[in-house]
Ligand binder design. Sequence first.
Ligand SMILES: N[C@@H](CCC(=O)N[C@@H](CS)C(=O)NCC(=O)O)C(=O)O
Length: 101
Amino acid sequence: MAAKTKAQDIIDNNAVAVFSKSYCPYCKATKSLLSEMGAKAYILELDQIDDGAAIQDALEEMTHQRSVPNIFIDKKHIGGNSELQGKKSQLPKLLQEAHAI
Ligand SMILES: N[C@@H](CCC(=O)N[C@@H](CS)C(=O)NCC(=O)O)C(=O)O
């Protein structure tokens, strides 16, 4: 599957999608926050898959964001870890509406 199609498919079929890298501290903070909130999230570790670089390129094209984590809730682009942490107070509502909790 082409990288862009694969990324879009993951975004479309998961309440929360996080494109991550396993060693990235910002990604760890995002995964911890989502886990603390009890959110069901699809996590793709781009450094652990063959097409990770192609997916990162596709995400950049789609969101104008190259960094990870690249986070989507209810198919909407949230941004990176800073943006997610900045939305902490709105997260329970956002996650409920997305049926992630
Ligand atoms: N402000 C960003 C910082 C994210 C960041 O710097 N991520 C690094 C990895 S730790 C990154 O994407 N580096 C470029 C790359 O891995 O291609 C956030 O809060 O998500």
